[in-house]
Write a protein that binds this ligand. Structure first.
Ligand SMILES: Cc1cc2nc3c(=O)[nH]c(=O)nc-3n(C[C@H](O)[C@H](O)[C@H](O)COP(=O)(O)OP(=O)(O)OC[C@H]3O[C@@H](n4cnc5c(N)ncnc54)[C@H](O)[C@@H]3O)c2cc1C
Length: 559
């Protein structure tokens, strides 16, 4: 069987089909046409179609969209709702208290509620019409470098048709080496290629490690007569229960069309309690009286999980190196204070496109030439937003009164606060050994087994995986590398009771007994939702997440 890798040469290669790269590719094609340039542009996406791996809240601030597609309103942009009425609640285990004052950054006037999956697909169609060659089902697995200059010269896609032992199957297709004058990386949160580039080119600020949150989200169909649908409320934010006050995070509930709502719980991955299980916390949220009443009689249509990077301004990597640019969540563009990153991702893609056009005009794709991208970001509204919220997530991570002091100080000083910059810490280092921290979230042990799930509105993890549409070819090399399996059955069990079995929302990690009755880690990689929580939160950094064969993973359509 011929295993020779083909090479395909492009002018610009986009890795990742999220809003950052879609907006960037559309802008690039239009600018190139205006300038009379004929450029070959390709985009690869690991999902089996555009939008399949897109999951977000999502409330869209249309600022970048209006710059890119001013007439989006008349171009069938898939908007769910436009009159965003915000309400904000503090939850205890049994009660809710409406906060009379909704902070300005949580106001969503002028924003649209969307499904990111639908929105990205819509952008994808526009990009294709502009002439972008879109290749869904192709995962970038290697970064290619020019041997002389050391610049990035493209990406290698993964082989297809390889079995679990690494042998070629009858349907084997070798990966392709996609080379380009410039490659734009928009892999979203915790990209696997940017991780490799980071190691080689030292692009991440060591003094400010990136921080993350993880989220579980559902789209629920409600009965027609429903409180939330009858009221003016379109957006609900909550904090407090089920996470308590020392674990960062909160819930969102957004109204969608067709009697649907989007419900999610976001949890800071710097949580300390090893027994915390984000999925259980999500179920507890759904059973809180405020939420349970709203969703009563409903049915979960789709479920999924994803991480988002919240470190913001001080955790931004070097955004341009020779032959490569980094956009969107990959470049830490998300505004954690507003829990919004779609508009900044899109704008960063557009600024990258303008930089690329300049580089073509100069015929110079060196680090020096592409660094104009950083300057563009600094002069744009992305910088204003990022700078204003530069210490927000760090303040939220504080415990007790310190949290409120820092948040208050930032509120009155436009982001500067009491300490600037506030330090960030890698999330995996936050976990405390079992028994050393009180569970800062309600214990579920008193819940009667069997009461938790009904298979319809309250679904268990495996049903959730089914509802995400996730599939992978089973017989392929495991995309999750656990470096030291011994550690799992010894130290990790002793110190943290194998938290991977809890922080993974898809039951990918299980502890089972081997033939001799000893504990061993069993992996179910086919369940993987590509959220990457495991690589971020594993306390020993013993897990590496790589892209599985292209086309595998969730098949989100309305998230
Ligand atoms: C639960 C949740 C709620 C959110 N709520 C909001 C909100 O209300 N408003 C808002 O503005 N933002 C929100 N965000 C953030 C927002 O979704 C992101 O900031 C935004 O999607 C980032 O866009 P991106 O293009 O950088 O990355 P992504 O949207 O993550 O897209 C990256 C794409 O790249 C693909 N990819 C990754 N690696 C590879 C590879 N190696 N090869 C090929 N393809 C690859 C992925 O499959 C994916 O499709 C939320 C996020 C979450 C998780």
């Amino acid at each position: 069987m011929d295993s020779t890798r083909e090479e395909m040469s492009l002018d610009v290669l986009y890795v990742g089909g999220g809003p950052a790269n879609m907006a960037g590719a559309i802008h690039l094609m239009r600018l190139a046409k205006e300038k009379g340039m004929d450029i070959e542009v390709g985009l690869i996406e690991k999902g089996d179609e555009i939008g399949a791996h897109s999951l977000s809240g999502a409330i869209l601030d249309p600022i970048a969209l209006a710059e890119l597609i001013p007439d989006y309103g008349s171009r069938e942009c898939p908007i769910e709702f436009s009159q965003c009425q915000d309400t904000f609640y503090f939850l205890t285990a049994t009660r809710q208290y409406k906060v009379p004052f909704v902070p300005k950054f949580l106001h969503n006037d002028g924003c649209h509620i969307i499904s990111l999956s639908k929105f990205t697909r819509w952008l994808g169609d526009i990009a294709e019409n502009e002439g972008v060659n879109i290749f869904p089902g192709f995962a970038g697995t290697d970064v290619l470098y020019d041997t002389d200059s050391g610049s990035v010269k493209g990406v290698g896609t993964g082989d297809k048709g390889v079995d679990a032992e690494g042998k070629q199957k009858p349907n084997f297709e070798p990966g392709i080496d996609l080379t380009a004058r410039v490659t734009v990386f928009g892999e979203g949160s915790k990209g696997s290629l940017i991780r490799k580039i980071g190691r080689k080119k030292n692009i991440f600020p060591h003094e400010a490690p990136q921080t993350f949150e993880t989220a579980i989200k559902e789209v629920i169909e409600l009965p027609k007569e429903n409180r939330v649908l009858e009221s003016e409320t379109t957006v609900i934010h909550t904090f407090g229960y089920p996470l308590g006050m020392n674990t960062k995070g909160g819930a969102f509930l957004y109204r969608m069309t067709g009697n649907r709502i989007s419900l999610g719980l976001v949890i800071g991955l710097d949580y300390e309690a090893p027994m915390l299980e984000p999925y259980s916390a999500f179920i507890q949220l759904k059973k809180h009286p405020l939420i349970a009443e709203i969703i009563a009689g409903g049915k979960v249509l789709q479920q999924g999980a994803k991480t988002l990077n919240t470190g913001g301004y001080y955790t931004m990597p070097t955004v341009a190196i020779g032959g490569a640019l980094f956009v969107g969540d990959s470049a830490s563009m998300l505004n954690a204070q507003r829990l919004k990153g779609i508009h900044t991702a899109m704008k960063s893609g557009m600024l990258a496109a303008e930089t690329i056009i300049d580089a073509f005009e100069k015929d110079d794709f060196s680090n020096h030439s592409l660094s104009g991208y950083r300057t563009r970001i600094e002069k744009s509204w992305i910088h204003e937003e990022q700078y204003r919220s530069r210490n927000f997530s760090q303040a939220l991570s504080k415990k007790g009164p310190a949290k409120w002091l820092h948040l208050g100080a930032q509120f009155f000083s436009n982001g500067t606060g009491a300490v600037d910059p506030m330090a960030t810490h890698a999330d995996h280092s936050a976990m405390k050994p079992v028994g050393s921290v009180p569970p800062d979230w309600p214990d579920e042990s008193d819940r009667k087994e069997g009461d938790a799930f009904d298979g319809n509105l309250y679904v268990d993890k495996l049903t959730g995986v089914f509802l995400s549409g996730t599939t992978h070819i089973e017989d392929q090399p495991c995309h999750l590398i656990v470096q030291d399996l011994d550690l799992c059955r010894t130290r990790c069990f002793r110190e943290y009771r194998n938290p991977c079995t809890r922080f993974c929302p898809a039951q990918v990690y299980e502890i089972v007994a081997d033939e001799s009755g000893n504990r061993k880690l069993k992996l179910n990689p086919s369940n993987c939702l590509h959220c990457k929580t495991c690589e971020i939160k594993d306390p020993y950094q013993n897990i590496t997440w790589n892209c599985p064969e292209g086309g595998g993973g969730p098949k989100y359509t309305i998230t």
